[in-house]
Design a protein around this ligand. Structure first.
Ligand SMILES: Nc1nc2c(c(=O)[nH]1)N[C@H]1C(S)=C(S)[C@@H](COP(=O)(O)O)O[C@H]1N2
Ligand SMILES: [Mo]
Length: 242
């Protein structure tokens, strides 16, 4: 039987330390009989030790980008930028898929996603069209999601598929940066549909066009295809760091 040790987020220990002090315990199977993880398994799973190699390449120490204070949030300055209209998503039926070169493909409902640790950050969103806005985003860390999927150690890139047909690919270190989130909150409220609800990317280390809205699928891979991203395939830079 699985034994879940709960760690409170206010303990100031790093993920690496957390994984070390949990010691050896049996890794229960994440997938239940219906093929999706049981709700209560998800949070507990994050405190279980991972394969050493997987842990090393997901939780590398990375430099944090300084954040802003709540007074600096400029709600009006975030301009909605959608190139293919706003897709219609039934949130009750919505599943986020995590697949590709992983040992544990995932299919998660929003309530399962919301049972994972919530991170909030106030960062600057930078669009290449010449505007920027300071925004608060709340959501889950991509590194937690990716750890749950148990990626194979040759994974180097991550594809994000969106409900409007938008697509993006990122380098793995940028995806597993601690400030790269799949957000479901904006400025303290539930994420509006025009900003990408139910789930969008938010990260201070990439330009606006990398921050896919309406993300439905996260695919881990060792190779980039000829398709790199909606804007990249029209000549924009792929790495697009800020
Ligand atoms: N799915 C999808 N994601 C997208 C886009 C889009 O058209 N479709 N536009 C991108 C661009 S260029 C920017 S600047 C931001 C804008 O986010 P916002 O509309 O929430 O301000 O979303 C990015 N993500
Ligand atoms: Mo943009």
């Amino acid at each position: 039987m699985k034994k879940h040790i709960k760690y409170l987020p206010q303990f100031s220990i790093t993920r690496r330390q957390l994984l070390q002090i949990t010691g050896i315990s049996s890794i229960g199977t994440l997938l239940s009989s219906c093929g999706t993880p049981a709700l209560e398994d998800l949070v507990g799973k994050l405190s279980e030790p991972l394969n050493q190699k997987v842990e090393e390449f997901i939780f590398q120490p990375q430099k944090l980008v300084p954040e802003f204070s709540p007074e600096e949030i400029k709600p009006q300055e975030l301009i909605v930028n959608s190139f293919r209209g706003t897709p219609i998503i039934d949130v009750d039926k919505f599943r986020l898929i995590v697949d590709g070169e992983v040992n544990k493909p995932l299919s998660l409902s929003m309530s399962e996603i919301q049972s994972l640790p919530l991170t909030s950050m106030i960062i600057r969103h930078v669009c290449v069209e010449g505007w920027a806005a300071i925004v608060q985003w709340g959501g889950i860390r991509l590194q937690d999601l990716i750890a749950l999927s148990e990626p194979q150690t040759n994974v180097k890139y991550v594809y994000f598929q969106s409900a409007d047909g938008y697509y993006e690919s990122w380098d793995l270190p940028s995806v597993t940066h601690p400030q790269t989130l799949l957000a479901y909150q904006k400025n303290g409220e539930i994420l509006p549909i025009e900003n990408g609800a139910p789930l969008r990317l938010a990260s201070p280390i990439k330009l606006g066009y990398k921050q896919s809205k309406w993300v439905t699928k996260v695919t881990l891979t060792s190779q980039l295809s000829n398709f790199k991203g909606y804007w990249e395939d029209q000549g924009y830079e792929w790495f697009a760091g800020v």
